[in-house]
Write a protein that binds this ligand. Structure first.
Ligand code: HEM
Length: 305
């Protein structure tokens, strides 16, 4: 029998077959330094890769509830999405702060990163799409009523992007610590609200109704806001950074729409029109969410320009 990856790893070599193995006696001579490209091999007194990344916790957090082989895919897909959402929120909050402080280049960098993360998550659906309806059925009962609908990070992202809906706080009522975080995102001005306040600081005619309002209310599209953006888009040279901001917003919403669409199509191929574990109509609900428009004037101005 050929040695398995664990045998190599136990011997100190790369489990994927790269590089050489540590000699069985663990000798630590000059030849070894050459063989191992001077890599440090003794971590008894040093912080290792796994220590730094807390891999024991991260890789110890997959606990399938069914005996089914495919549940690991389902868990890893959700957990990796949550990790990317964690980074997205980190960048989105910092981007909102940057706009508020008129630090546009820093904000652009972060917004570009959010868009690239979303693109990454769009491609991730291809992995989940390898799950067939019978494979999902084998684990469905074990999921009980849990659903991505209850993702507090996702809700903070939606709120941060301006898709406010107070009803979405309710799934978090049983966790006051998380509820406080989602509630704060609901009450705060969104990325787009801060973008409009920035336009106003630059002397563009944004109506007062859109500069200070009850931020928990859904955003209401406005011809006057569109008129302000049109000033920017009719003379990009004169307003280059605001023009760039408008296009960063378009990039972000474009990527988010693709994520929503791939979620919908992946869900449809796996569960058809069955109800969701979260209790909604499933595909019908996700299809309605596709109609969400986060930055309406950024899209409308393309028709009116
Ligand atoms: C087999 C895989 C999946 C199925 C069948 C599925 C199904 C659904 C359904 C039916 C909904 C509507 C709410 C409900 O009634 O449950 C939903 C919502 C949601 N799902 Fe999934 N999903 C899957 C994978 C994922 C993955 C990998 C993520 C990534 C985190 C995710 C994130 C979400 C989010 C954030 C919502 C809320 C969307 C919103 O409110 O607009 N889902 N999912």
């Amino acid at each position: 029998m050929s040695p398995g990856p664990d045998d190599d790893a136990a011997a100190g070599g790369c489990p994927f077959g790269h590089g050489a193995l540590v000699p069985a006696d663990g000798a630590d001579g000059a030849d070894d330094a050459i063989t191992h490209h001077d890599a440090l091999l003794d971590f008894s007194g040093e912080m290792s890769y796994g220590d730094y990344l807390h891999l024991d916790q991260v890789l110890g957090a997959q606990h399938p509830l069914s005996p089914d082989h495919n549940e690991m895919l389902f868990i890893v897909q959700h957990q990796t999405s949550e990790l990317w959402m964690k980074l997205m929120l980190h960048e989105l909050r910092a981007a909102i702060d940057a706009l508020r402080a008129d630090r546009l280049p820093a904000g652009f960098k972060m917004l570009a990163r959010v868009s690239r993360i979303l693109e990454q998550l769009v491609h991730a659906w291809d992995v989940l799409a390898t799950m067939t309806p019978p494979e999902y059925s084998a684990i469905r009962a074990h999921l009980a009523r849990s659903s991505g609908f209850q993702s507090w990070q996702y809700r903070c992202i939606e709120f941060g992007l301006g898709n406010k809906n107070g009803a979405m706080l309710r799934p978090h009522a049983h966790r006051p610590d998380l509820l406080a975080i989602v509630d704060a995102a609901w009450r705060a001005p969104s990325l787009y609200d801060e973008a409009l306040r920035l336009l106003a600081r630059r002397g563009l005619p944004v109506p007062a109704s859109h500069l200070d309002r009850d931020w928990t209310r859904p955003y209401a599209a406005s011809d006057a806001v569109e008129a302000a953006w049109l000033v920017v888009y009719r003379d990009p040279e004169a307003h280059w950074d605001l023009y760039q901001l408008g296009e960063e917003l378009a990039d972000l919403e474009d990527a988010f729409r693709l994520w929503r669409f791939r979620h919908l199509t992946t869900v449809e191929r796996i569960i058809g029109h069955k109800r969701g574990t979260g209790g909604t109509s499933g595909v019908g609900y996700l299809r309605r969410m596709l109609d969400t428009v986060l930055f309406p004037e950024i899209w409308k101005l393309r028709t009116d320009l």
